[in-house]
Design a protein around this ligand. Structure first.
Ligand code: ADP
Ligand code: ASP
Ligand code: MG
Length: 418
């Protein structure tokens, strides 16, 4: 039994790097075995090994640059099948009954949006039955089934499988094991002295994940918040308490005024901007354009409209670079109907964002951010804000410099002052 003598239900998710080789699969099996030996019920979710999903995407693109979505999902889902089966074998070798399960074997039902499917529900009790029998189910992350077809949840989606499974099992905790010790003030690959955060609010994590902090899939945070799943991000390789995602942070008096205004910095390097030139107001172009993009599940981000004449506007908005060509095609298709003069696509952009619940009561933070970027000679192309974040669109090749400058200003300066 566990330390408190209590039998807990734990969902453990292991990411690509954590199962990137046979040796690493064996180490993960050791960790699972230890948790099981401590008397807990463990359900596992795995990602594909290392960068194997990228390799599969490359293969598909050699056949067609924009692969048929149904077939791309069928292909990508194979990656997780490899790691799940290997891990189940490694568990069997250790005397446990590891049972790998694909999305359709569970079954885990999703909607029909290939490449960005949302989980609908987990049907039946196959996993509970295995756990009751003392077995260890090992689910393929990232995949599901819709009307008999394989779907995938979007890159990084195994986190969401794990959280959905934890919600389904009413697990005591969902542990996301990865290649860093937890959630940091920013990506430690870009800022080597980024600090690990002991806890982060669900709302902050939602923003950070949505704005590019790869460490958790945005949908995973959304589902965890909705179902109140206790979520923790930990290292597979180092022993560390990790980062807890929580609904409130107790103030023990040790937090310093101003320190909490920015919790983290996130960034994206693959932003594209679309400008629709001279869009006549009377045709309700915004509703038509964004309606068309929404029906294709293209995520529109920063939107700016500027008045050209009394009857015309210029409309600028950003999308992910991966969606840029589809977006351009869709908007061009609407040109006759809406009567705008031109549509222009610009790629090579990025986005840096600061996030923190403390910003609500700290209106000067945006101005500080703009000032720090100006000091680093980084031109700001577009801005968007919410109560707890400020995002700036900048040139993609300036993203690293911007993140380093902002981190040094918002975090290192505070530490020096302590
Ligand atoms: P996994 O394969 O385990 O799912 P990911 O590569 O998806 O791992 O996510 C972990 C990576 O996220 C880290 O290696 C790190 O480079 C990156 N990352 C980006 N932002 C952050 C952040 N704020 N805190 C921690 N890691 C971050
Ligand atoms: N294997 C998938 C990817 O690389 C899903 C995941 O890792 O979460 O995006
Ligand atoms: Mg991931």
């Amino acid at each position: 039994m566990g330390r408190a003598g209590q039998r807990r239900t734990i969902v453990q998710k292991y990411g690509g790097t954590s199962v990137g080789s046979v040796e690493r699969v064996e180490r993960v099996a050791d960790r699972i075995a230890e948790t099981v030996r401590n008397g807990h019920r463990v359900a596992v979710v795995v990602s594909a090994m290392g960068h194997s999903t990228d390799a599969l995407v490359d293969l598909a693109k050699q056949i067609m640059p924009i692969p048929v979505p149904r077939e791309l999902d069928a292909l990508l889902a194979t990656g997780e099948q490899v790691s799940a089966a290997l891990l189940a074998m490694a568990l069997c070798k250790r005397g446990m009954h590891g049972v790998s399960l694909t999305g359709w074997q569970v079954p885990l039902l999703t909607d029909e949006v290939h490449g960005a499917a949302h989980i609908d529900r987990i049907v039946g009790h196959r996993i509970e039955t295995l756990l009751e029998a003392g077995d260890v189910p090992v689910l393929c992350g990232f995949q599901g089934i819709a009307s008999g077809d394989v779907t995938t949840l979007g890159r990084g989606g195994s986190d969401t499988t794990a959280v959905a499974l934890a919600a389904h099992l009413r697990a005591d905790v969902c542990e996301i094991y990865t290649d860093v010790r937890g959630v940091f003030t920013t990506d430690p690959r870009v800022v080597s002295d980024a600090r690990k955060l002991p806890c982060v609010l669900y709302d902050e994590m939602l923003e950070l994940a949505g704005l590019g902090a790869q460490v958790l899939h945005p949908r995973a945070v959304e589902v965890a918040k909705h179902f109140g799943v206790p979520l923790v991000v930990k290292s597979t390789f180092e022993s560390d308490g990790g980062t807890e995602i929580v609904s409130e942070i107790e103030d023990d008096g040790s937090r310093i005024e101003g320190r909490e205004s920015v919790t983290g910095i996130a960034f994206l390097r693959d932003v594209a901007k679309v400008v629709v030139v001279s869009l006549p107001l009377e045709k309700h172009g915004l509703a038509v354009i964004f309606g068309a993009l929404a029906s294709e599940r293209i995520n529109v981000d920063v939107i700016v409209q500027s008045v050209v004449t009394e009857s015309d506007i210029d409309l600028s908005f950003t999308v992910q670079e991966d969606d840029a060509l589809r977006t351009l095609n869709l908007v061009q298709y609407l040109q006759d109907r809406l009567g705008f003069r031109d549509v222009v696509l610009e790629t090579g952009l990025g986005k840096v964002s600061i996030v923190g619940a403390g910003m609500i009561s700290n209106p000067g933070v945006a101005a500080e951010m703009f000032g720090y970027l100006a000091d680093a000679s980084i031109p700001i192309r577009m801005v968007s804000t919410s109560e707890i974040k400020v995002s700036c669109i900048i040139a993609a090749d300036l993203v690293d410099t911007a993140v380093q400058a902002l981190h040094a200003s918002f975090f290192t300066a505070i530490e020096t002052a302590l």
